[in-house]
Design a protein around this ligand. Structure first.
Ligand SMILES: [Zn+2]
Length: 244
């Protein structure tokens, strides 16, 4: 097999090994990541509840203002009632007094209602804040245990990466660039074997000319005319020689 193709098969195989380790890292970090996500969402909930509690306080303050104004108004009415000169004036003042008293009752009721809701929200905030500190301690524990596991996997990845760099340093740069370009979309199926005269990537049958090119030992890289992946003959022995 030609030297360029041999390097590409080796590189593609190492790239796949590096990628295959990614899910292991995700798995090792799974519990930690879920706790971090839980903390983030809890913090968001706390923020929302704090906003709601603040809005409730605004409403309470507004009702307080109404009570204050109405009380002043009632004092005015009481003063005026002592200086009444006509029946008509008395009736008007009485009506005004009734309305003011009703408003006072309504505002007081409203404040009570709002305070009950606010208290429930504040209690929820306190509970969530407690769960945050619990999550924090769980996260720091998990960080320590996960770090070790992730480091082992990362080290393994780095080792493979080093092997890959070594092959790249001895390879033809144009071929590598060509491979990297295909890898952008074909990922770990950039370099594929030909089975029964069909591309191992798109599975479309190759014509005799292309198939002959794949089988020949010429120093050129053959790509699938249908999908563009790099092809190599599916001789298992040849493949094993390359990846060893
Ligand atoms: Zn193809």
């Amino acid at each position: 097999m030609n030297k360029h193709l041999q390097s590409l098969i080796q590189i593609a195989n190492l790239d796949k090994q590096i990628d295959d380790l990614e899910p292991k890292i995700t798995q090792a970090r799974k519990e930690l990541d879920s706790k971090i996500a839980q903390k983030t969402s809890t913090l968001l909930t706390i923020e929302t509840l704090q906003d709601q509690s603040k809005n409730l306080q605004h409403e309470i303050n507004e009702n307080d203002r109404i009570i204050h104004e109405t009380s002043t108004r009632l004092e005015d009415i009481a003063k005026k009632q002592q200086e009444i000169r006509s029946e008509k004036e008395l009736r008007a003042l009485n009506v005004e007094e009734d309305i003011a008293k009703e408003n006072l009752t309504l505002a007081n009721e409203q404040i009570q209602k709002l305070q009950t809701i606010q208290k429930a929200k504040n209690n929820e905030i306190t509970q969530l804040q407690e769960s945050i500190s619990e999550l924090d301690s769980q996260i720091s524990e998990l960080e320590q245990s996960t770090q070790g596991a992730v480091e082992v996997i990362k080290k393994e990845q780095q080792e493979i990466f080093k092997q890959k760099q070594e092959i790249i340093s001895k390879s033809d740069i144009k071929t590598i660039t060509f491979y990297e370009k295909i890898r952008r979309w074909a990922k770990n199926t950039s370099v594929v074997p030909v089975f029964k005269q069909a591309c191992g990537g798109c599975f479309i049958r190759l014509n005799d000319r292309i198939y002959a090119e794949v089988l020949s030992d010429e120093n050129s890289i053959v790509t699938c005319p249908h999908c563009g992946r790099i092809l190599y003959p599916s001789d298992k022995q040849t493949y094993q020689e390359c990846v060893q």
